[in-house]
Design a protein around this ligand. Structure first.
Ligand code: DMJ
Length: 586
């Protein structure tokens, strides 16, 4: 009964409305005919006057719209240039007082992060709108990316690395490293054609069912990280499917007895093993897989990845430390430190500290032990590793070597990730004096590039802490003079610019990019070089690392972007290989 009456009602409505629509449609035709008749009855002069009035009205409208748009653009320009001018006075940060340590109880205390608005969301962030217009510096970086891609495509397509001088390739993990590492950079730079061909390769050729031992950390940060960020940016299911397949194989590395993963795992047999060169896993490696594994759990709803990787963080939180600083080796079977190993912010130590703050951010600032461990480690760095050069009082972070823990005045280029993490922390409420440390270390790192005739940084720099006849703040040994196309300093420049707006950081990055263009660019891509100390004898090494596309060029592009809100650190947390992942609420 009820249904029947609804149908009836619907029929009535349709029957009634059709003629009404027809009437309405007929009305304009009649009015139009009337207007035409009247127009023809007008005198010729009257018609000319009406035409002119109409024309003047259209011009006035166009003018009004144009001047509104212009005044809006001018207003935003003047805000930007004011910000730039007021920051310009702070170009070279004045050195910190000789005693860098500042009372953590004093005015420098951390802001209460709970008081700040919680950033991030559990939902996947919609892909950001791509900016239409790019500035000249961005265009230059895009050209570099296209140049690198062209060489890779021609001679190393689907392989790990391009050897651009010999026009050949090199495989290490046999996972198409450069291609997967470059995916999100191509997307961010709006290189859609290149992205599509890379996606096609991932869909049809990327195969993890191979009898190949791979390093858990490298595979996680480059391949799993690259697939996950591509998934978030594009929502293409293929990236997620591949990420799950890979993680299901990598997870075997955690079958170690202690839950701290072995360094290597065979993708086919899913058997884990110690590294070929020693009994232990590297601390930075076992603590720099959590962002990626957690992200996969959050997307899929399968907690296993997050639980396995999260266990390592919890376990290491409980181990003894030197004021928050950790040895660089840990045994996977016992889960204990190799206690006589070195403490460094460089190789094998670096990203332990980076992932403390980034994991805290990724989890919506809810796991406070991560923040506390991070803050303790920065205090430890200030007390044990911070030192100053002669004659110019530059800040650097040295190392505590082996069982003696003697201080060594050496800093890796890898350590230059730290200004970026520090300023990110300050943005999220960490102690304000961390900003000063970030600015000073950023300056020192930049000097390691710009004081070389190539404008490129060596792998390792030694610092003068005593007055010497050389009168130089630092020096480079011949064996350490290579530049591997690394990103760390440029990555930190992006964070510093992104979070302070000081355009000097862009200018420093531009000078570094000129160094890369002048000394690393070859006909078929970009090459690492063996000697940054000479602009005539750079000793090219014939290798283009995957992180050059995954990180170095990406961070240069982000550094030069006019609209910094698109890849904001309030929405994204970048893994250690430069792959953006979303921030969650817990
Ligand atoms: C990259 O693979 C990552 O940035 C990692 O954290 C350190 N080493 C390289 C780049 O130098």
């Amino acid at each position: 009964m009820f249904e029947g009456s609804v149908i009836e009602e619907k029929r009535d409505y349709v029957t009634l409305s059709l003629p009404a629509l027809q009437q309405t449609a007929a009305r304009p035709t009649r009015s139009w005919k009337r207007i035409c008749r009247r127009w023809k009855q007008l005198h010729r002069l009257q018609r000319v006057v009406l035409w002119m009035l109409g024309f003047a009205l259209v011009i006035a409208l166009i003018y009004a719209v144009a001047s509104r748009t212009e005044s809006h653009t001018e207003a935003s320009h003047s805000v930007e240039s004011h910000a730039a001018t007021s920051l310009e006075s702070n170009v070279t940060p004045p050195p910190l007082p000789p005693n860098l340590v500042i009372d953590p109880e004093g005015e420098d205390n951390a802001q209460n992060p709970e008081e700040e608005e919680k950033k991030g969301a559990d939902q996947i962030i919609p892909p950001p709108e791509l900016p239409v217009k790019k500035n000249a510096r961005q265009e230059a970086v895009i050209s570099a990316m296209k140049h690198a891609w062209r060489g890779y495509k021609a001679f190393a397509w689907g392989h790990d690395h391009l050897k651009p001088i010999s026009r050949s390739l090199e495989d290490w993990l046999h996972l198409g490293l450069t291609l997967v590492d470059a995916l999100d950079t191509l997307w961010i730079m709006d290189l859609k054609e290149e992205f599509a061909e890379a996606q096609e390769w991932v869909a049809t050729q990327l195969n993890f069912n191979i009898n190949q031992d791979v390093n858990l950390f490298e595979t996680t940060i480059r391949v799993l990280g690259g697939l996950l960020s591509s998934y978030h940016l594009t929502k293409e299911q293929v990236f997620l499917d591949k990420a799950i397949d890979l993680a299901d194989r990598l997870i075997a590395a955690f079958n170690s007895g202690s839950g701290v993963p072995f360094a290597d795992v065979n993708l086919y047999s899913r058997r884990a093993s110690k590294p070929k060169w020693g009994p232990d896993s590297s601390t930075s490696e076992v603590t720099t897989i959590q962002l990626e594994f957690r992200d996969l759990s959050r997307i899929t709803g399968n907690p296993i990845y997050e639980n396995k990787a999260g266990f390592v963080t919890d376990h290491i939180h409980k181990l003894p430390k030197t004021d928050g600083l950790v040895p660089i080796f840990i045994n996977a079977q016992t889960g204990q430190w190799r206690s006589h190993s070195t403490i460094t912010l460089g190789a094998r130590g670096d990203s332990y500290y980076e992932y403390l703050i980034k994991q805290w951010i990724q989890t919506g600032r809810t796991k406070d032990f991560l923040r506390d461990d991070y803050n303790e480690s920065i205090s430890g760095m200030e007390h044990h590793l911070a030192a100053r050069t002669e004659p110019n009082n530059l800040l650097f972070f040295g190392e505590l070597h082996g069982s003696t823990k003697n201080f060594v005045n050496k800093m890796d280029e890898l350590t230059c990730f730290l200004p970026g993490s520090l300023i990110l922390g300050v943005h999220y409420g960490m102690p304000k004096h961390h900003k000063r440390i970030a600015e000073e270390l950023m300056y020192t790192c930049t000097q390691t590039w710009l004081r070389q005739p190539t404008n490129l940084a060596p792998e390792i720099t030694y610092y003068n802490t005593q007055p010497t006849s050389m009168n130089e703040d630092f020096f480079v040994k011949s064996n350490d003079a290579h530049y591997l196309l690394r990103p760390e300093t440029i990555e930190s420049l992006w964070y510093m610019y992104h979070l302070t707006g000081n355009k000097t950081y862009q200018d420093w990055g531009w000078q570094m990019f000129q160094g890369i263009e002048t000394h690393c660019k070859v006909e078929w891509g970009y090459t690492s070089i063996g000697n940054v100390k000479s602009s005539v004898s750079t000793k090219p090494k014939d290798k283009m690392e995957s992180f050059f596309l995954g990180e170095t060029l990406k961070y240069l592009y982000l550094l030069f972007m006019d609209d910094q809100s698109i890849y904001s650190v309030d929405k994204w947390v970048f893994n250690t290989e430069g792959h953006p992942l979303p921030i969650y609420t817990h």
